[in-house]
Design a protein around this ligand. Structure first.
Ligand code: NAI
Ligand code: BUO
Length: 257
């Protein structure tokens, strides 16, 4: 029997890489994103590889959408085994300039979204009386706190904390909760971070912020979605059954915890 995995924010970037990898690992995959076009194109690409996949458009910051996402996965594939809370957004600005709308948006997607996704998945695992795995997108910014990314870093510290506490509450139900903490990956998120940072620092030109951050990586290159997917694949597999409540760094050697 194939297992079933839901990956939020998998219309592009790291989430897409994770969805592709879990499909190759043998999971039936549910692609979710707020961007319907991105959902459709990722679904078509994965389908073209001969894998079983569906798409569900939705906004992770809406509790109802998260429960409908799990409901749809179960209607189509019969069960749920892995839920990856991947969707997240950046906020790039000195904290003195952050306004209420930016702050609320970042927390509602990066933090509330993870809480609602975890609730929806955990309720389904409990109903099934099966083992379940919840895997959250944290970041090196959940271990270290960065200038210009202060509120983003705060959301990722919250994700780390919630990973710890939800793992404690869910362990009695045979549910593991872990997080992956990527470093610097050249997705659309880093295109935006670079663009915004360059606006604030006179000495920087386009591409400089990305170069500066990734220049310190011990392994000598920025992260690829496949690097992140390797860790998520492990956390989704039975090989990680004795691990819960951890926020594991995958960054090529940048932040040491
Ligand atoms: N790119 C990087 O270097 C790092 C990324 N991360 C984290 O990894 C996760 C994925 O990041 P990337 O792929 O780089 O970001 P991205 O911006 O390239 O892709 C994020 C995807 O999430 C979707 N999304 C945004 N808001 C959503 C919502 N409310 N509901 C559903 N989907 C939504 C977007 O449409 C997009 O397809 C994020 O949580 C991010 O914070 C962590 C560390 C480093
Ligand atoms: C986007 C992100 O989390 C970092 C630290 O680069």
């Amino acid at each position: 029997m194939s297992k079933v995995a839901v990956i939020t924010g998998s219309g592009g970037g790291l989430g897409k890489g994770i969805a592709e990898r879990l499909a190759k690992d043998g999971f039936k995959v549910v692609v979710n994103d707020i961007n319907a076009e991105a959902v459709n194109s990722t679904v078509e690409e994965i389908k073209a590889g001969g894998y079983e996949v569906i798409g569900v458009q939705g906004d992770v910051s809406k509790k109802e959408h998260q429960f409908l996402l799990v409901q749809r996965a179960v209607e189509v594939f019969g069960r749920l085994d892995v839920f990856v809370n991947n969707a997240g957004i950046d906020v790039v600005t000195p904290f003195l300039d952050v306004d209420e709308a930016q702050l609320n948006k970042a927390f509602s997607i990066n933090v509330n979204g993870v809480v609602f996704g975890t609730q929806a998945a955990a309720e389904q695992f409990k109903k099934q009386e099966s083992k379940g795995k919840i895997i959250n997108a944290c970041s090196i910014a959940g271990h270290e706190s960065y200038e210009m990314l202060s509120t983003y870093s705060a959301t990722k510290h919250a994700v780390k904390s919630f990973t710890h506490s939800s793992a404690k509450e869910l362990a009695p139900y045979n549910i593991r909760v872990n997080a992956y903490c990527p470093g610097v990956a050249g997705t659309a998120m880093w295109d935006r971070i670079d663009e915004e940072m360059v606006k604030y620092y006179d000495h920087m030109e386009p591409g400089d912020a990305f170069k500066e951050f990734s220049g310190n990586i011990l392994l000598g290159r920025p992260q690829e979605p496949e690097d992140v997917a390797n860790l998520v694949s492990f956390l989704a597999s039975d090989d990680s059954d004795y691990i819960t409540g951890q926020a594991i760094v995958t960054d090529g050697g940048l932040v040491f915890r």
